[in-house]
Design a protein around this ligand. Structure first.
Ligand code: NDP
Length: 332
C-alpha cells in the first residue's frame, strides 16, 4: 500500500472537462460521488433502472436515463451498482455503445477479481474503492475534507488511466482523505475477508453473549448496554483508529479489564479454531466458492439472506434493544 502524494494546488480537472462521465447506479455510492463530481465543476451523467433512486436523481437535477442510453458514447463509466448485478448490467452498458476507449471504474474489485465481466479489449480498467459508505463521502466533501480510498490502474489502454483516476479521486474528495495505491486483488481479498471473518465474529459473538447471558438469568438491557448500546466499545474503536488498538485499551481500560483480556486470550480463547475459520474464509474467496454462492443467492432474490435478516430482526436481541433504547432516551 503506497500513499499517493498530491499537490492540491497544481491538480487540475482539465483532463476530464470534455469527457462524458457516466455513473451507473444512484444508490449509496452513486449519489454521493455524483454530487461531489458536480460540485467540483464536472458534468456527471447517471444511468439507473427505474426505481426510487432514479427519482432521487431527478430531484437532484442530475441528467439521467436508462443504463443503455446513459452509456452511449461514455468516455468514463463508474460502475456503482451492487457487485452481483454488474455482469448483467454490463451487457446493457455494452449495448449502449460507450466510446471505444472507455475507462471502466469499479468501486470494489469483486467483479474484475472473479472475472464476472468480460471487457472489450480496447477498454481501460481502474479501481477507485472508497473506504466508507456514501453519506460520509458527501459529508466530508461538504466540510472540505475527504475520506480515504484505494486506487489501482488495472488495465491502461489509453495511456491516461492513472491521471484520470487521480483527477476523479480529487473531484470526489478522496485525495484529501488519502489516496492509496493498492492492487485490485489485494483490495478484494482483504475487503471480503474482513466482511466474512472479522464482522461475523464481532456481530455474532454479541448475539451469542446476549443469548447466553440472558439464558443464565442476567438482564437483557444491561447486557446490551455493555455489548454496544452504551457506545463505549464504539468510542474505543474510534479512538483506536487514531491511536492504535492496543494503545487505546492500555490507556483507557482498567487493569481489571486489561488483565481479563490477557487471561482470556492466553488461556481460554479457541484461537486455533478461529485461525482454521480464517483459513477457510480465505480459501473460499480464492477458489470462487463464495462468488458461486453469492451469484446463486442473487439469482434467487436473496431469499436466504432475507430470511436470516428477518429472524435477526424478530429475535429477542432486537426487541430488547428497542426497549433499551427507549429506557435510555438514546441521546447519543
Ligand atoms: P447500492 O445497493 O446503493 O445500489 C446502487 C444502485 O444500483 C441503486 O440504484 C440500485 O437500485 C441499483 N441496482 C440494484 N440492482 C440492480 C440491477 N440488477 N440492475 C441495475 N441496477 C441495480 O450499491 P452501493 O452504492 O452500496 O455499491 C456500489 C458499488 O460500490 C459496489 O461495487 C460496492 O461494492 C461498492 N462499494 C460500496 C460501499 C458502501 O459502503 N456501500 C463502500 C465501498 C465500495 P435498487 O436498489 O433500487 O435496485
Amino acid at each position: 500500500m503506497k500513499k499517493i502524494e498530491i499537490d492540491h494546488s497544481t491538480l487540475s480537472l482539465e483532463n476530464l472537462k470534455n469527457k462524458k462521465i457516466t455513473l451507473i447506479g444512484y444508490g449509496i455510492q452513486g449519489r454521493a460521488q455524483a454530487l461531489n463530481l458536480r460540485d467540483s465543476g464536472l458534468n456527471p451523467y447517471i444511468g439507473n433502472i427505474s426505481d426510487h433512486y432514479y427519482d432521487d436523481a431527478v430531484s437532484d437535477n442530475m441528467p439521467i436515463s436508462n443504463i443503455e442510453e446513459a452509456s452511449k458514447d461514455a468516455d468514463i463509466i463508474m460502475l456503482l451498482i451492487p457487485d452481483q448485478s454488474q455482469p448483467e448490467t454490463f451487457q446493457k452498458i455494452l449495448k449502449g455503445k460507450p466510446s471505444q476507449n472507455c475507462l471502466i471504474i469499479v468501486a470494489h474489485g469483486y467483479s474484475i477479481y472473479h472475472s464476472n465481466i468480460s471487457m472489450p479489449e480496447t477498454f481501460s480498467i481502474g479501481m477507485l474503492a472508497p473506504r466508507m459508505p456514501g453519506a460520509p463521502i458527501r459529508d466530508a466533501y461538504l466540510q472540505g475534507t475527504g475520506i480515504p480510498a484505494f486506487f489501482d490502474v488495472v488495465k491502461d489502454k489509453s495511456g491516461n488511466t492513472r491521471d484520470e483516476l487521480i483527477s476523479l479521486a480529487h473531484a470526489i474528495g478522496f485525495t484529501k482523505g488519502g489516496l492509496f495505491e493498492v492492487p485490485l486483488t489485494e483490495e478484494t481479498e482483504i475487503d471480503l475477508f474482513i466482511e466474512q471473518f472479522y464482522l461475523p465474529l464481532v456481530i455474532h459473538s454479541a448475539r451469542i453473549a446476549h443469548d447466553f447471558l440472558t439464558e443464565e438469568g442476567l438482564n437483557s438491557s444491561t447486557v446490551l448496554m455493555e455489548l454496544f448500546a452504551s457506545g463505549e466499545i464504539g468510542e474505543l474503536l474510534t479512538r483506536a483508529s487514531k491511536n492504535g488498538l492496543y494503545e487505546t485499551w492500555m490507556n483507557h481500560a482498567s487493569p481489571t479489564c486489561r488483565f481479563g483480556i490477557k487471561r482470556a486470550v492466553e488461556n481460554k480463547m479457541p484461537s486455533d479454531s478461529i485461525k482454521e475459520f480464517a483459513k477457510n474464509v480465505l480459501l473460499e474467496i480464492r477458489n470462487g466458492s463464495f462468488n458461486k454462492d453469492l451469484t446463486k443467492e442473487g439469482h434467487n432474490g436473496y431469499t436466504n439472506l432475507l430470511k436470516f435478516e428477518k429472524n435477526n430482526i424478530d429475535s429477542s436481541f432486537t426487541k430488547n434493544f428497542e426497549k433499551t433504547k427507549k429506557m435510555d432516551n438514546f441521546n447519543r
